[in-house]
Design a protein around this ligand. Sequence first.
Ligand SMILES: C[S@@+](CC[C@H](N)C(=O)[O-])C[C@H]1O[C@@H](n2cnc3c(N)ncnc32)[C@H](O)[C@@H]1O
Length: 278
Amino acid sequence: MALTTQEFAFVSGLVRREAAIVLDTGKEYLVEARLLPLSRRAGTDSVSAFVARAQRERALAEQIVDALTTNETSWMRDREPFTALTDVVLPEMRAQRSPAHRLRVWSAACSSGQEPYGLSMLLEDAGMPYEIHATDISSEMLERAKAGRYSQLEVNRGLPVPLLVKYFHRAGTEWEVSEALRRKITFQKLNLAAPLPSAQPFDVVFLRNVLIYFDIETKRAVLRGIRRLMRPDGWLFLGAAETTIGIDDGFDRVVAGRASAYRPRAAAGAPVNAMGRG
Ligand SMILES: C[S@@+](CC[C@H](N)C(=O)[O-])C[C@H]1O[C@@H](n2cnc3c(N)ncnc32)[C@H](O)[C@@H]1O
């Protein structure tokens, strides 16, 4: 049974309020397809009945938000930003930071973990001290990311064989990420569209393939919040279809190898307050 206009409005309003994800009219089919497994699990007769219950039960509403995130990811996705990290960013950091400086890297929409683990492999190989903070709004994805276990099909999606051999071991039919990488990464639930918590400033931020789901005001607020959590000479990498241009003029786009990256624009006379809010 198809969702009514009111039911769709409830779901799209909920997802927009809680995750800033925009679901325009026309996405009814997507909503139904994503909610059907939840409805079956909850034992309701139809997606409509599930949505009716979710209007009263907070836990079900949270499941809806989670189910309507799009978690598509792969290893070293688009390759160039990862090559830029190794070939451009890390040599610059090595030259500019003290050898004892621990690089702070943020994977700000980490999905099932391929992005932060991939970054971790490159940083291990570079032999520089580092820590990675990996965040996402989806509890389900964070559980998967923390588990660090991937099917053969998943490792086939972009993971170079030498890195598989070096950083994974077999766990039954799956591959498990080595402890050496896991202990460098913390996973945490974080809604990018809510005010961001204070943190020590980051050297590198991967904010890839998530801005596309937000409206322009949310994109602007997220970029501004992230900029304030970056070092003044830090590096931001966005998805291939994303940019700061025309949204937040506090960044300069720079060429990093064959990738584009974004760096906080030095404001004349105004020191960047990496811990600032608002
Ligand atoms: C398409 S995946 C991108 C994963 C990875 N960064 C990449 O490029 O492969 C988008 C991720 O953004 C997360 N997401 C969506 N809305 C969010 C929000 N408001 N705050 C934090 N994460 C969000 C989703 O849960 C999903 O895991």
